[in-house]
Design a protein around this ligand. Sequence first.
Ligand code: SF4
Ligand code: SF4
Length: 161
Amino acid sequence: MRNMLKIALEGAFTNFKRIFFAADRVTDMEMRKQISTLSVKPAKKVDEDACIGCGGCANVCPTNAIEMKKLASPVKLTDSWTKTEVPELNSLKCVVCYYCHDFCPVFLLYGEKGTIHPNTVGNQEVDVSELINQPVKISDDKLKVISQYLSDKTILKNRED
Ligand code: SF4
Ligand code: SF4
């Protein structure tokens, strides 16, 4: 029992040194501030502003960790596309396979930062509305793979089963 207490106290002291005095490993200033004010925020997984709301990530997720939630105010992105929903990623169900990120069209088709990520997404620096108005060339092979994962009802059915 005394040994356990000693280990716990040593562990707490080591972490205290790491966080507040940058000993051993460095915790960045922003994180130190959040820890000291008890305001640590979970990392952002979806860039809702840059997401185009296609629902592809929710379709490919093998564990149903992503749900599309309706936007209070739909956003018109092009003459023919209005964003009506954005994804919400449930980390408790996520197995960090990166399918959502890798199949996000902003990344897959346009080569920009994906707008969803299982760890932390960051912010998109391009105007996605402008981006998706641009013509894009996709090889037939790529189209086949994308359409299979994004809309194949048998894949969706298997996942439900
Ligand atoms: S990384 Fe997580 S949320 Fe994304 S597709 Fe895989 S399991 Fe689903
Ligand atoms: S695949 Fe990308 S653009 Fe489409 S809903 Fe998911 S995050 Fe948004």
